[in-house]
Ligand binder design. Structure first.
Ligand SMILES: Cc1ncc(COP(=O)(O)O)c(C=O)c1O
Length: 450
């Protein structure tokens, strides 16, 4: 057995997904034999000696230093998520927003730019438009469809795009491409293999927010992504009790050959010290993000919340099966209801991304999607005020079903023009379908619609 308290007790590589979601990264308490990985509720760690302290700080020894950088409870979650996504190393932080910020700050600095798909979580768009802009990092949006070019005028009224739009947006200062696999809230799924090919042509890392799909549905590294981020507050945790975010390094991006500069990764921090790339190879990006951004800025995940996260992941497959079945059922039922104008769920026949949904997801595109109620805002108001099993709240991805009116909440700060371009109609309601009895969900929706 290794002396390193960070080392996993067992190697779970080669085991199936459901086995790894339970076991990968687990760390038994060797003193008591407690089977569940204990909560390491500590801010810091005692050094073995004067020399040990120096070696840990220099990185020559891999021991723990301080929980802002690494904590054993966080490490369980990190190893579990890295294993499920197929990455080399993960970093857990205090929220999804912190994960997106740290992931991109490790790549871009003032004067640099990022190209993103336009349909992304509203909080990410606000983050890009406010804090990123204030830090001097610009974001350019690709509006066109990226599902294969077959959805002109799609359900959100966006034009059919092609690679040319990506090419136009990418410039010499672009440092990354950002997208979501299943965008929140419109379920306008992205052909990430296609976006990854664009990224590859330009030597750019593709950063994918895989929050709604989770690695149960799709593993973006298998489609060419370089980095994956999560709001692990959502489906990975599943309980809705604690926020967390995760960054995963795919370990395959060619940082040295990219032809663009990534100083935190490829440059030696000072004379006589190797760059992260030379020192850590396939985990260089994760090292740079952890040491060079997360540890500096400090969005550490509480050990207690890390515990809740790795506990939650243990049931991911079980929950996802229920989420997916319920969501498909609810979407189909809503699509046939006379008080419903439209349902944005890519698994429904007639949706512009239906074929992509079949190809990527076997037709089941997560359990977060939008429904537009007849009667505009007044219709949405009546509907939301009458729901009971669906909780009226802002969150997605826990076992409870939830509903929200984006136009007056998450998207309220956007101009009417931007909302309209994003397809956020006055009657649109976002649903996150939980794991309750489907009959109760339909009865709740029926009562609210009638
Ligand atoms: C797709 C997506 N990414 C990121 C976030 C931000 O995550 P958090 O709320 O954990 O900061 C959210 C939150 O809803 C989200 O839906």
């Amino acid at each position: 057995m290794s002396d390193d308290r960070n080392d996993p007790e067992y190697d779970w590589d080669g085991y199936g997904f459901a086995t790894r979601q339970v076991h990968a990264g687990e760390r038994e308490d060797l003193t008591s034999g407690a089977r569940v990985s204990p909560i390491a509720m500590t801010a810091g760690y005692r050094f073995d000696s004067f020399d040990d302290a120096r070696s840990r700080f220099s990185g020559d020894a891999d021991g723990l230093i301080y929980s802002r950088q690494r904590n054993p409870s966080g490490t369980v979650a990190e190893r579990r998520i890295a294993s499920l996504e197929g990455g080399t190393e993960a970093i857990v932080v205090s929220s999804g927003q912190a994960a997106i910020t740290a992931a991109l700050f490790a790549l871009a600095q003032s004067g640099d730019r990022i190209v993103s798909t336009a349909s992304i979580y509203s909080g990410t768009r606000i983050l890009f438009g406010r804090s990123f802009r204030r830090m001097g990092i610009g974001v350019d949006y690709v509006w066109g469809d990226d599902s294969g070019g077959d959805s002109a005028g799609g359900s959100s009224g966006r034009s059919s795009g092609d690679d040319c739009e990506w090419e136009r947006m990418i410039g010499p200062d672009t440092k990354a491409i950002f997208t979501e696999t299943i965008p929140n809230p419109k379920n306008d799924i992205v052909d990430i293999a296609r976006v990854a090919r664009v990224a590859e042509r330009h030597g750019l890392p593709l950063v994918v927010d895989n929050t709604i799909a989770t690695p149960y549905l799709i593993r973006p590294f298998e489609h060419g992504a370089a980095i994956v981020v999560h709001s692990s507050t959502k489906f990975l945790s599943g309980h809705g009790a604690a926020l967390s975010g995760t960054i995963v390094d795919g370990g395959r991006f060619d940082w040295a050959g990219a032809g663009r500069s990534y100083p935190l990764i490829t440059e030696a921090p000072r004379a006589g010290v190797l760059s992260n790339l030379d020192r850590y190879g396939p985990t260089a990006y994760a090292r740079a993000a952890r040491e060079g951004v997360v540890n500096d800025i400090g969005p550490a995940l509480s050990p207690f919340n890390a515990f809740l996260l790795h506990q939650g992941i243990e049931t991911l497959t079980v929950r996802m099966k229920e989420h997916l079945a319920n969501a498909a059922h609810v979407a189909e039922w809503l699509a046939g209801h006379p008080k419903v104008e439209s349902v944005d769920y890519a698994g429904l026949p007639g949706n512009p991304r239906f074929e992509l949904a079949q190809r990527l997801y076997g037709g089941r595109t997560g359990s977060v999607f939008a429904v537009t109620i007849a009667g505009g805002e007044a219709g949405a108001r009546r509907f939301l005020n009458r729901l009971r099993v669906f909780s009226h709240m802002t969150n997605i991805g826990d076992v409870r079903s939830m509903a929200l009116h984006p136009a007056t909440t998450t998207h309220a700060s956007f101009t009417p023009e931007l909302r309209s371009r994003l397809g956020i109609a006055p009657g649109l309601v976002r649903l996150s379908v939980g794991v309750e009895d489907p009959g109760d969900l339909l009865a709740d929706l029926d009562r609210a619609l009638s």
